[in-house]
Design a protein around this ligand. Structure first.
Ligand code: ATP
Ligand code: MG
Length: 249
């Protein structure tokens, strides 16, 4: 059974149709990359997958492990193992990174055992991501640099160990070393049991994280899909040939 099935998904935001029939299947063990021009609906798709209330599904459905989650609440989806790393992570003043992570872990895994090993686990994961221990006591994303916010998203993913990770431009704004470190975090999560949907604008991250499939979203539809070589082709040729395929009017 596929991990994720997106079937003819149509989505509106504030009455405006954005997604116009998206179809995508992610099997366990697969890494898919989603590319496409600004405003084509990539973030809309990721928010919809996690059930953001602003995004209304007007047609189609989302199946996670065979279960229809199209109308499920965000926390239900998270508990089932879906995770979204935001393109623009927000600050949570007054809540420390450690407390935030402990609370999310508890609410998602609902297991005291997980919480007992929390400190050790956190230290280990922060070490892997080469994060200074001081970050644990700082307020979530407050005053964090762009790259630090992305690293915190990766830390959250590493702690929660989701079955499906949707990463919305986790590579944007990362310096060369941070890109390698964050990619390492993504690769450590990848396993035959898990799936990853990586939204990106740049071929660069795909030198570290190797998707088997690349899709191009144009105007709310997947206009083109291919193998890893497609990213290099897009980098060279841009999106025009996908938007206006030869022979099309
Ligand atoms: N809350 C909203 N209200 C109005 N329009 C919205 C809203 N959210 C998204 N849109 C519109 O939906 C379209 C798709 O936006 P989305 O953020 O999904 O694009 P994207 O593919 O992620 O782009 P980028 O590459 O710039 O991140 C855009 O035209 C955007 O203005
Ligand atoms: Mg976006």
């Amino acid at each position: 059974m596929p991990l994720l099935v997106i079937e003819n998904l149509h989505v509106e935001v504030e009455g405006k149709p954005i997604l116009k029939g998206v179809n995508l299947v992610i099997e366990k063990g697969q890494i898919h990359a989603l590319m496409g021009p600004n405003g084509s609906g990539k973030s809309t798709l990721s928010y919809t997958l996690l059930g953001h209330p602003k995004y209304t599904v007007t047609q189609g459905r989302i199946l996670f492990n065979g279960e229809d989650v199209t109308n499920a609440k965000t926390h239900e989806r998270a508990r089932k193992g879906m995770f979204l790393s935001f393109q623009y992570p927000t600050a949570i003043p007054g809540v420390s990174v450690a407390n935030f992570l402990r609370t999310s872990l508890k609410s998602i895994k609902g297991d005291e055992g997980v919480v007992k090993t929390f400190r050790k686990n956190l230290r280990e994961k922060m070490g892997q991501l080469e994060m200074d221990e001081k970050f644990a006591t700082r307020y979530v994303n407050e005053g964090f640099s762009g790259g630090e916010k992305k690293r915190l998203e990766t830390l959250q993913m590493a702690m929660l160990e989701p079955k499906l990770a949707i990463l919305d431009e986790t590579d944007s704004g990362l310096d060369i070393d941070a890109l390698r470190i964050v990619s390492g975090g993504i690769n450590r999560l990848a396993s035959p049991e898990r799936g990853i949907l990586l939204i990106t604008h740049y071929q660069r991250i795909l030198d570290y994280v190797r998707p088997q499939f690349i899709h191009v979203l144009v105007a709310g539809q997947i206009a083109h899909s291919g193998g890893p070589e497609l990213a290099k082709e897009l980098e060279k040729k841009g999106y025009d040939w996908v938007k206006h395929p030869a022979g099309a009017a």
